[in-house]
Design a protein around this ligand. Sequence first.
Ligand SMILES: Cc1cc2nc3c(=O)[nH]c(=O)nc-3n(C[C@H](O)[C@H](O)[C@H](O)COP(=O)(O)OP(=O)(O)OC[C@H]3O[C@@H](n4cnc5c(N)ncnc54)[C@H](O)[C@@H]3O)c2cc1C
Length: 453
Amino acid sequence: MKQAIIIGAGLGGLECGILLSKAGYRVTVLERNAAPGGCIAGYRRGGAYFDTGFHYAGSVGPGETLDVILKGLGLDDLPWKPLEGEEVIAEGRRFFLPFGFDAYADALSEAFPHCQASLLSYTKFLSEVVQMPLSHFGEGRAMDLFSRSACEYLERTIPDPLLRKVLCGASTRLPYAPELPLYSFAQINASFLRGAARLAGGGETLVRALVSTFEAEGGTLLCGAGVSALEAEGGRVKRAVLSDGRTMEADVFVSDIHPALTNALLSPQALRPAYRKRIASLRQTGGFTGFSLRFREGAFPYLRRNLFLAPERGTVWDGAASAGLFFAVPPEGDFAVTADILVPGAESGGAGRWLSAFDAVLPGVAEAVEEVIVSTPQTWERYLGLPQGSAYGIAKDFSHPLSTVLSPRTPLENLFLTGQNLNLHGVLGVSMTALYTCAEISGMPFVKKQLGI
Ligand SMILES: Cc1cc2nc3c(=O)[nH]c(=O)nc-3n(C[C@H](O)[C@H](O)[C@H](O)COP(=O)(O)OP(=O)(O)OC[C@H]3O[C@@H](n4cnc5c(N)ncnc54)[C@H](O)[C@@H]3O)c2cc1C
């Protein structure tokens, strides 16, 4: 039986673990932390469970992309809790945006009747992108859209600047920057607008389901097993060296960690300096400051929507301050137990400013908070090794799609990459990328068969 080693038990690593086990490999996933999950792992404090890098996901309705992938992996009955929509507050106005392309376009057409035709073409375009065949990920039409500017597309097709602000209102969903490719913008937004949900039990439920499915397929997960080196000979990786000195050999190695950190595990002779330099020179997306809120019992109702504050001045494209409030994790009863405020970038001012800003639109929310736990991009760098605490990995650039959208292949024949740094971030993007990685190893027909597509 062929052996595979996967470095990192993040979402991408665990999904590849399941697929490669199904493909007949004996798979070991090596995780440096004490627990698996990476960004989607949460933590407990004061009796409450807090999510960190998982608040909601799109595309989980029957037959939608993430649903197809998760079911294809064997995760059949995850307890998704659908959301009713999202609310964007921009220039003093509140916009409730229901999910579903038609309902979304109708709601916005009421507020912006002069933009009805633009909104219809916008949602038509998003629905085309979200329905692109999974097997074409990373090629053809997707790569064409990777080479177009999201910002330019919106300015050209949406005449009203306030409407553009509302369309980009969910500012924490994407690494907004002038370089953002149209593909990333369209695929991620479309997947959420079609319908989004939180998970009962939060990210921990997904991690548990991934690990138990992986182990049921015969895989082995070793936590507290950081990889400190990869030894290569003759253009192939021979073995992984663990931080406690153990070594493990395999036929195939998959890295779910940042590509530059993967390269750093290899000796200078193993890779051409030009490849190393190219990967090291890629820009990272920014990180988040997170304010995890614990509510007093019964003090504030659970809301089935996320709220976003659009920038007061400037736009998300130039990095103006914005924030999202997520009532993750869904509670058992009617009252919120925890919630998260996410602010792009390193925010030095504390929770007060954002709590008051959300309190202005949700009266009583600030008063209901008993405890605030702060995390910064440095927290993410320290716990997960994300370079600069980058939330969404390597920044994609529409003007350099071929160098910023990475292939799962590396110059070493049996070393593959996966995870959010390659193509697309988030639960959906990482899951799509896991397929893409495993298709390179076991062939697209195998992946298609697993997913029944
Ligand atoms: C604040 C925040 C909020 C987010 N919210 C959402 C959301 O609501 N919805 C959504 O869809 N997405 C969200 N995301 C994005 C999503 O969480 C990530 O895109 C995804 O989980 C990344 O998975 P990954 O497998 O690529 O990498 P990671 O989760 O980074 O996993 C990599 C793993 O490798 C391990 N590792 C590192 N170095 C080594 C080593 N040397 N040896 C062994 N193991 C190692 C790490 O400990 C980690 O467990 C959010 C992200 C952040 C940061």
